[in-house]
Write a protein that binds this ligand. Structure first.
Ligand code: UTP
Length: 289
């Protein structure tokens, strides 16, 4: 089993980040020096993914423009001797083989993934949600691919969340297999505290068997009237093998303003061009608060 393809669903409304997302897709909001979507593509490429499909929607063409060549700009940068900028601009277009398909109607994450059926064919494939940005030594999707290949199974990324947070996530019921890897028994979408199976939340990274498409095709709308990926994955976990990986790395929910600001500060602190400056700025600022 080899995972070569990845799907990035980016067709949502981004309503938690309005008004910025009225005309700029939330995936294109910059985290320090590059759009959030570039971190996702870089994570997939670092894990050995060769082909990527972005599920997009009306008003989001800036995503495909970003990963394309821009000859006029490149010529100008070359002429002005701005070689560092030229290299950065070229690199985005050469990162991966990326295709795009429109969801047409935002009927939920499960429906968005279903649009990838023809691209995926019959192979197991990776899914990376662009709202969940990871900082990790080893690419998080690579940690999942390794477990999926080892167990010949689908794999989902999880981490423990607080009691207050369980109602925001898909939650799993699972038995331990080895350190940080579990066999998934069941899952539920956004449970109440009284209903929750555990505190292990599904966090935006998956490796799925292509059998998910047959399930999604007949999936009835679930929570919020949307076709939920969690509901289809629940069926998949009952018909085939699925493991959960308590992955190493810090995850930021950049689909909301606070998570986006946390990621911005942490990424800027880690960036060679801004880290030292931001550290001094924050220290000076803290004294005035
Ligand atoms: P979210 O529900 O977090 O994204 O979906 P959203 O709808 O853009 O955000 P809000 O709630 O309005 O602020 C998780 C992921 O699934 C994608 C989103 O783009 C996001 O990456 N998605 C969601 C789709 O591609 N299509 C959909 O119909 C729904």
């Amino acid at each position: 089993m080899k995972v070569r393809k990845a799907v990035i669903p980016a067709a949502g409304w981004g309503s938690r980040m309005l008004p910025a997302t009225k005309t700029v897709p939330k995936e294109m909001l910059p985290l320090v020096d590059r759009p959030a979507l570039q971190y996702i593509v870089e994570e997939a490429v670092a894990a050995g993914i060769e082909d990527i499909l972005v599920i997009t929607n009306r008003g989001k063409d800036s995503m495909s423009d970003y990963f394309d060549y821009f000859p006029e700009l490149e010529e100008r940068l070359q002429r002005d001797g701005k070689l560092k900028e030229l290299e950065a601009v070229r690199r985005t277009a050469d990162l991966a083989n990326i295709s795009y398909i429109r969801q047409k109607e935002a009927k939920g994450l499960g429906h968005a993934i279903w649009r990838a059926k023809a691209f995926v064919g019959g192979e197991p494939f990776a899914v990376l949600l662009p709202d969940d940005i990871m900082r990790a030594e080893r690419p998080v999707i690579g940690q999942l691919i390794a477990a999926a290949e080892r167990y010949e199974a689908s794999a989902i990324g999880v981490q423990q969340v607080s009691d207050e947070a369980v109602s925001k996530y898909g939650i799993i019921k699972a038995d331990p297999l080895e350190e940080k890897v579990f066999a998934v028994r069941d899952m539920q979408e956004k449970p109440t505290l009284a209903e929750k199976f555990s505190n292990y939340a599904i966090l935006g990274r998956y490796v799925l068997d292509a059998g998910i498409f047959d399930i999604l095709e007949h999936q009835a709308p679930g929570y919020g009237g949307e076709i939920q990926l969690t509901d289809a994955m629940r069926t998949l976990s009952q018909s085939g093998k699925m493991v959960a990986v308590d992955f190493e790395g810090r995850r930021y929910d950049t689909g909301n303003l606070r998570g986006f600001l946390e990621a911005t500060v942490d990424f800027a602190l880690a960036h060679p061009d801004t880290g030292d400056w931001l550290r001094s700025f924050l220290k000076a600022k803290a004294e005035t608060l």
